[in-house]
Design a protein around this ligand. Structure first.
Ligand SMILES: NC(=O)c1ccc[n+]([C@@H]2O[C@H](COP(=O)([O-])OP(=O)(O)OC[C@H]3O[C@@H](n4cnc5c(N)ncnc54)[C@H](O)[C@@H]3O)[C@@H](O)[C@H]2O)c1
Ligand SMILES: [Zn+2]
Length: 375
């Protein structure tokens, strides 16, 4: 396998027969055809059929470049656009994608390519997982959150009216292509929200990465291309390390990726649709979890302060909104509904220092809610 010139970083994800590469670069969408053809599973001269599932907002901006490049590399391309937003993660949209695949007379050799944020990745990934018992999937994430989180690791799925991501399947992609140039059109607020997950990786797994972020928040804010490529690559590597050890969330290790999410999910749900972006809620949740760790004598106040400072410098919220602070019963109820609770016992991912976290059980409701007063 040769390295193509525009690829700045390659992160291997090592999962035995399901291994794949994450290729990262600036402007590589126009080379998507050759890059994908260079992956072992798509090599060879024979034409391949591909269904690109994309977000409606990308139809005129980024889709044409991908389409052209694929066609030049002997892909027969069909496109399927989906309305933007979380409500598209539903059965109706899965059905529509399957209808398109049937119209194309898709077979097991057909590829599904997800071009979009986490919504498109999860939806198209799920359709790929179930159609004909599994089609090969290529993830081309277009939001920072999907680049550093949702496109890697093989979780796909849709929502049920009673719960987010309740219906899903593990379906690893055959490859991930990350072109940071597509972030140029991403609204600032969405970009910043993605940075919360980046900070999360530093806290849970890598103190030196955290130090590097802390030393250069302005490079993140300015989206400095070389620094950003490194940050995306490091985040993907850390996610890959976790996924490689606990692909299907059986050992419990994968749960550390949910640092800040027990509180965060509760805030996100209670704030009302669209009020707090996922990453914004996670940012506040990170501070709550770290304060809880402080209360339990697991981490120093200084280390919470470092996290708070960094998130704040990245223009992320670090204070529990006033209207949520008083809704303690509802917050507790939501936290108990969280996937990580077992037998109605609260479980938290808590740092013991920056770069290391542990799963902590036996936290009382009082302790968990008390931190809301100080965040
Ligand atoms: N599978 C996983 O492991 C995993 C992990 C984390 C999150 N998720 C899921 O990911 C979803 C959230 O992902 P997201 O934050 O990417 O949301 P998203 O896909 O809704 O994208 C956010 C917004 O940005 C727009 N957009 C996307 N790319 C753009 C671009 N390049 N330029 C301009 N606008 C663009 C979209 O239209 C949307 O309005 C949730 O459904 C969540 O459950 C999945
Ligand atoms: Zn998250």
């Amino acid at each position: 396998m040769t390295t193509l010139p525009n690829i700045q970083q390659t992160v291997p994800v090592d999962l035995g027969s399901r291994s794949y590469r994450i290729e990262i670069g600036d402007g590589i969408l126009t080379d998507a055809g050759p890059i994908i053809r260079n992956w072992q599973s798509f090599a060879g001269p024979e034409p391949l059929r591909a269904l690109i599932v994309t977000d409606q907002v990308l139809q005129s901006s980024h889709l044409p470049a991908l389409q052209d490049s694929l066609q030049t590399s002997e892909f027969e391309v069909t496109t399927h656009a989906v309305a933007s937003g979380e409500p598209s993660k539903c059965w109706t949209e899965v059905q529509k994608i399957c209808d398109t695949l049937v119209e194309m007379a898709a077979d097991r050799k057909t590829i599904v390519i997800a071009l979009g944020g986490g919504v498109i990745g999860d939806l198209a990934g799920f359709a790929a997982a179930i159609y004909a018992r599994g089609l090969r999937l290529v993830q081309i994430p277009t939001t920072l959150l999907s680049m550093v989180d949702s496109s890697v690791g093989g979780k796909t799925g849709i929502n049920h009216p009673q719960g987010k991501n309740l219906i899903g399947a593990f379906h690893q992609p055959a490859g991930v292509l990350i072109d940071q140039a597509v972030l140029a059109t991403l609204p600032e607020r969405e970009y910043l929200a993605g940075l919360a997950e980046v900070v999360k990786y530093g806290v849970i797994l890598d103190d030196q990465f955290f130090d590097r972020l802390e030393a250069a928040p302005e490079k993140l804010l300015q989206r400095e291309p070389r620094f950003l490529a490194q940050v995306i690559a490091r985040s993907c590597t850390l996610k890959a390390v976790v996924v490689q050890q606990d692909e299907k969330e059986t050992s419990g290790l994968r749960a550390i990726l949910n640092y800040g999410h027990t509180y965060g999910h509760a805030f996100e749900a209670l704030a009302g649709y669209g009020q707090l972006l996922h990453g914004e809620a996670v940012s506040i949740g990170i501070i709550c979890a770290s304060r809880l760790a402080e209360q339990l004598g697991r981490i120093s106040a200084n280390e919470t302060e470092r996290q708070r400072n960094l998130l704040q410098q990245l223009h992320l919220p670090v204070v529990v909104p006033e209207d949520l602070r008083t809704r303690k019963d509802e917050i507790l109820h939501r936290m108990l509904l969280d996937k990580k609770t077992e037998n109605r016992e609260l479980r938290f991912v808590l740092p013991s220092r920056i770069g290391h976290t542990e799963i902590v059980t036996g936290v009382s409701a009082d302790q968990a809610l008390r931190v809301l007063e100080s965040v």
